[in-house]
Design a protein around this ligand. Structure first.
Ligand code: SF4
Length: 287
C-alpha cells in the first residue's frame, strides 16, 4: 500500500447528500483507507467515489493529511459561525470516507492532534466513527473531549461472526471491538455500536445482549437504502452480496434489518435506531 504525506487546504468539509442531516461538517484525517482490503472494505461505499480514488484500487493508498489539526484551528471560527447559522449547530462526523484509527495513526498522530485541537476549540457535537479497536489507545483524550462537546463514539460491528466465507478477515476482531466499546462506555463515553452494513448474524439474541452490555445504543443499517441507492445497487457491484447470500439469502433482503431490529429492541429498548436516524443520534429515548 502506498502511503504519502499531503497537506489539506480546509479539513472542515461542509456536508451534502447523505450526511447533510447528520452533521454540518465531515473531517477526514486521511484520504483512502488501510482497511480497504479487509472485510469492511469489500462493500465500502467510498470505493465508488471516483473523485477520491482517481482510479486507484480501494485499499491501495493512504494519504496522510499531516496539517489536519492546523487546518482545523485555522478554519474553526468561520466554519463554526457558518454552521450555527446555516445548520443550527456546528457538528462534525469524523470520519465518513476513511477510518480515523488506521494502524498508521500510531506513527503519524493526525487524528490525535485533531482531537487535541478540538479540546481547545470544541465543536457543538462530534460523532467519532471507527471500525477499529485501536481507538482504545485514545480513550482518555476522547473522554476529556466529551466533557467539552456532545460526543458519541460509533463503533462499527457488522456481524457476530469472526469470519465470513468468501470474504477477507475483519480489520479488528468482533471480540476486540466489543471489548473496546465496553471500555469506552465504562469510561463515561457515550458509545453506539453501528451494525453497518448488517451482515448475517449467527445468534442475534446473544449478539444484541452483548451489545447491550458494551454500548448505550445500537444502529442497524442495511446495504439496501444504506449504500446511497434505494435498492443497494452499488453494493451489488461488489462481492459482499454474494457472500451474504451464501450464508443466508434472507439477510440480503431489507426485511432482515427490521427483523433484527425487533430482536435488538428486546435488549436495548428505546435505544435502537435505523440507518440515518441512528447516525444522527435520533433514538426513541435520549442517550
Ligand atoms: S474502515 Fe470504513 S472507510 Fe475504511 S474500508 Fe472499512 S468501511 Fe471503508
Amino acid at each position: 500500500m502506498s502511503t504519502t504525506l499531503t497537506r489539506i487546504k480546509n479539513v472542515l468539509t461542509r456536508t451534502s447528500g447523505y450526511l447533510r442531516t447528520v452533521t454540518s461538517h465531515s473531517v477526514q484525517p486521511y484520504q483512502g483507507c488501510s482497511f480497504g482490503n479487509s472485510l469492511c472494505g469489500v462493500g465500502c461505499y467510498v470505493q465508488h467515489n471516483g473523485h477520491l480514488t482517481r482510479g486507484r484500487p480501494w485499499g491501495s493508498f493512504l494519504e496522510v493529511r499531516e496539517n489536519a489539526a492546523e487546518s482545523y484551528r485555522e478554519h474553526y471560527e468561520r466554519e463554526c459561525r457558518w454552521a450555527r447559522i446555516a445548520r443550527g449547530k456546528f457538528s462534525i462526523f469524523l470520519s465518513s470516507s476513511t477510518d480515523p484509527f488506521v494502524p498508521q495513526e500510531a506513527r503519524y498522530g493526525v487524528t490525535q492532534r485533531l482531537l487535541a485541537a478540538m479540546c481547545a476549540h470544541p465543536p457543538d457535537e462530534l460523532v467519532l466513527q471507527t471500525h477499529s479497536h485501536r481507538v482504545a489507545d485514545y480513550l482518555e483524550l476522547i473522554a476529556s473531549l466529551a466533557e467539552r462537546t456532545e460526543l458519541r463514539l460509533h463503533l462499527s460491528i457488522e456481524t457476530d461472526r469472526e469470519a465470513i466465507p468468501g470474504l477477507p478477515p475483519h480489520a479488528s476482531s468482533v471480540g476486540d471491538r466489543l471489548a473496546t466499546a465496553r471500555r469506552a462506555k465504562d469510561g463515561g463515553i457515550r458509545t453506539v455500536v453501528t451494525v453497518s452494513p448488517l451482515l448475517p448474524l449467527e445468534d442475534p439474541d446473544a449478539f444484541f445482549a452483548r451489545i447491550a452490555e458494551a454500548a448505550d445504543a445500537v444502529v442497524l443499517d442495511h446495504f439496501i437504502e444504506g449504500d446511497g441507492t434505494p435498492d443497494g445497487r452499488r453494493t451489488r457491484q461488489t462481492g459482499l452480496v454474494g457472500a451474504i447470500e451464501g450464508l443466508d439469502p434472507k439477510a440480503a433482503e431489507l426485511a432482515y434489518r427490521d427483523q433484527m431490529a425487533r430482536v435488538a429492541q428486546r435488549y436495548l429498548p428505546g435505544r435502537v435506531a435505523i440507518g440515518i436516524d441512528g447516525f444522527a443520534g435520533r433514538f426513541p429515548d435520549s442517550l
